[in-house]
Design a protein around this ligand. Structure first.
Ligand SMILES: O=C[C@H](O)[C@H](O)[C@H](O)COP(=O)(O)O
Length: 228
């Protein structure tokens, strides 16, 4: 069992009969979806899921997990997802995929948000390894980019996987990947991005994680937030 499978199994053991569980997006979230489906099949676990992306919904459906549409959900018991960076304060950077709006909605609406990572995702500050994904309305991208550049940011529109076009989110936004000076901390950036017209959502998740489960060398370490 690799680290992603290990941490996914640990998180799936938290799921109880009758729970409504949010499914994240990405390779680690995929492992969790697989584990949840395994528990349902082997142990008869009664669970309903809501997906953060079309791709996770397809995977869950293929494995036989009962799904409800996001439109039907006001709250959920648990949301489980991966992350690209995690700081010691449990601030996250997410969005190397492109479904930030749904991911942040589910993370906020869940009673508990579990984040699954391996040790390579631990950083001392947000932006250490990756640019910050900023989801923008398509007609606003130039104005948003210029505004963020005036705040010291640099970056561009994200190309799609084939690099012959642009990445487009599941509801039609474009994504700017913007790097900022280390002096701009996550709280300042979060506030700046939230106040920028044309920004739909961004990849900094502050104060949302209940716990981060870190897999390393065959063990899982739980890091709990003081308040959530
Ligand atoms: O939009 C993508 C999500 O934020 C992912 O959870 C994140 O990119 C981590 O993905 P992975 O588990 O594949 O490393």
């Amino acid at each position: 069992m690799n680290d992603k499978e290990l941490v996914a199994r640990h998180a799936a053991s938290w799921v109880e009969d009758g729970m409504l569980v949010g499914l994240g997006t990405g390779s680690t979230a995929d492992c969790f979806i697989g584990e949840l489906a395994r528990r349902r099949k082997e142990e008869g676990l009664q669970v309903t899921a809501v997906a953060s992306s079309v791709i996770s919904a397809i995977k869950a459906r293929a494995l036989g997990l009962p799904l409800v549409a996001l439109e039907q959900v006001a709250r959920l018991d648990l949301y489980v997802d991966g992350a690209d960076e995690v700081t010691p304060e449990l601030t996250l950077l997410k969005g190397r995929g492109a479904d930030l709006v749904r991911e942040k909605l589910l993370a906020t609406a869940a009673d508990r948000f579990l984040v699954l990572v391996d040790g390579s995702k631990l950083v001392s500050r947000i932006g250490e390894r990756f640019a910050v994904p900023v989801e923008v309305m398509p007609f606003a991208w130039q104005m948003v980019k210029r505004r963020l550049e005036s705040l010291g940011g640099s970056g561009d529109l994200r190309p799609n996987a084939a690099k012959d076009g642009l990445a487009v989110t599941s509801h039609g936004s474009l994504v700017l990947d913007m790097a900022f000076a280390p002096a701009l901390d996550a709280e300042t950036l979060d506030n700046l991005l939230c106040r920028t017209p044309g920004v739909v959502e961004h990849g900094i998740f502050r104060g949302l994680a209940s716990a981060v489960l870190v897999a390393a060398d065959g063990l899982v370490e739980e890091r709990w937030a003081a308040v959530r």
